[in-house]
Design a protein around this ligand. Structure first.
Ligand SMILES: C[S@@+](CC[C@H](N)C(=O)[O-])C[C@H]1O[C@@H](n2cnc3c(N)ncnc32)[C@H](O)[C@@H]1O
Length: 408
């Protein structure tokens, strides 16, 4: 059996994505064959984990080199517990362009034996396992009826969401780890409890967006879709914890995670509110000028989800980001915003390591160049080759999109 069955999407989702990737503008530019090839690669990318782990280092608390060294020591200790080899080595590389990123290669796919005793986990848990996590009890959907502590099992991921939860038959402890991974298909260190205040697991594009925003100490920044607070904390760290980051999330349970992360990273400048960002939008210019009310940070920006909006005194810059690959949530939003709010202009991004925006939303080549789209399908062939890790890291990412606007 292949370790990676092709990702299985509902037919209507496949059709929709296909219509995006094979839209008229793309077809005219690259032709049907190339457009279809990119789409097929996208489906392949979606079923594979990235070839490295990205860690954001808390450089507001310690220098990068010190964090790199401490992380290496911690991970060596971890490896010594699980490996029979006398010498263990851990490769941790700084990112050449991003000053607070450390990259760790993932080794895989490795040959693993499939055992007759199987634990089935949800797809989300499965992807965490592929990135080095152990299986925690809530992720388990089904397990052998008489499984007991110490049994060796294979962990399989339910990619199609068909497995009905049968956790009642799980005989192990109901808290803590459910299955400790000893033989991973993709060998990647577990970060569970490893330097929690200095090494924060975050996808590379999610770190890039903080730098693109470029917040400065003393500014007031609004993050409209903040939980669990990865980017909120990054912004506060980049501001050296001076100023204010207002973090909104509409789901009350998730608010605690922002508090926990801020506390863990020793960040005091974050103010967290449970609030629906779409209701934080106001067209009232008096209110807008006032922008001081924490509960109503008035911004003339449409309240679509997943946006981080920094504000400053006389003009404001806005950064819009999504972790989706569709035109509707990305380039079409940009086209709409530019048309609806003539006061907005697109700004160059620094760093710009992803691709440019995708054709299909009627944006000009110049506008597309100002957008940053992380498109793993464009370079799928190169990942997994001998290319140096930092080069691979910039290409082998999750799908992600960043636009930076200035409001005049
Ligand atoms: C992908 S997560 C954000 C990740 C976060 N920016 C980070 O870096 O850790 C999206 C979040 O947006 C929140 N959200 C979605 N729509 C919202 C809205 N209208 N108002 C406030 N929060 C919203 C969701 O509850 C969810 O927690």
């Amino acid at each position: 059996m292949s370790n990676f069955p092709r990702i299985s999407l509902k037919p209507e989702v496949t059709d929709y994505l296909k219509s995006v990737f094979l839209n008229k503008e793309v077809l005219a530019a690259v032709g049907h064959q190339e457009a279809d090839c990119r789409f097929q690669k996208l489906l392949t990318c979606l079923s594979h984990p990235p070839s490295y782990t990205c860690v954001r280092a808390s450089t507001h608390l310690a220098p990068l080199e010190e964090i790199r060294h401490k992380l290496g020591e911690e991970l060596k200790k971890q490896q010594m517990c699980t490996s029979s080899a006398e010498e263990v080595s851990v490769q941790i590389l700084p990112h050449p362009q991003i000053p607070d990123v450390l990259l760790l290669p993932v080794d895989g796919p490795r040959p693993v034996k499939q055992l007759s005793s199987e634990v089935v986990v949800g797809a989300q848990c499965g992807s965490a396992v592929l990135r080095g996590a152990h299986v925690f009890v809530p992720g388990i959907l089904a397990s052998p009826k008489y499984m007991k502590v110490g049994d060796v099992v294979s962990v399989l991921s339910d990619l199609e969401g068909r497995c009905t939860r049968g956790a009642t038959s799980f005989q192990g402890k109901k808290v803590g780890i459910g299955v400790r991974m000893v033989e991973a298909l993709y060998q990647s260190p577990s970060f569970d409890g490893v330097l929690p205040n200095l090494a924060f697991l975050q996808n590379l594009p999610s770190v890039v967006v903080g730098h693109v925003l470029g917040p400065r100490p003393g500014e007031r920044i609004l993050d409209m879709c903040a939980a669990p607070g990865g980017k909120t904390c990054h912004i506060a760290a980049l501001m050296r914890d001076q100023g204010e980051v207002v973090a909104l999330d509409r789901i009350r349970n998730k608010i605690d995670r922002i508090h926990q992360n801020a506390q863990m990273l020793h960040l005091q400048s974050i103010k967290v509110y449970c609030f629906n960002s779409t209701q934080a939008v106001s067209s009232d210019s008096a209110q807008e000028a006032e922008a001081a009310s924490d509960r109503d940070p008035a911004c003339p920006v449409p309240g679509a989800s997943r946006r981080s909006v920094p504000t400053s005194h006389c003009s404001a810059s806005y950064s819009m980001l999504t972790c989706t690959v569709t035109l509707a949530e990305n380039e079409e939003q940009v086209a709409w915003a530019l048309q609806t709010f003539p006061c907005l202009t697109l700004q160059p991004q620094e760093p710009h390591i992803g691709a440019e925006g995708m054709l299909g939303a009627g944006l000009s080549p110049e506008q597309l160049r100002l957008l940053q789209r992380f498109s793993p399908e464009l370079s799928w062939d190169q990942t997994g080759t001998a290319a140096p890790l930092p080069c691979r890291a910039d290409r082998d990412t999750i799908g992600f999109f960043i636009a930076k606007f200035l409001k005049n």
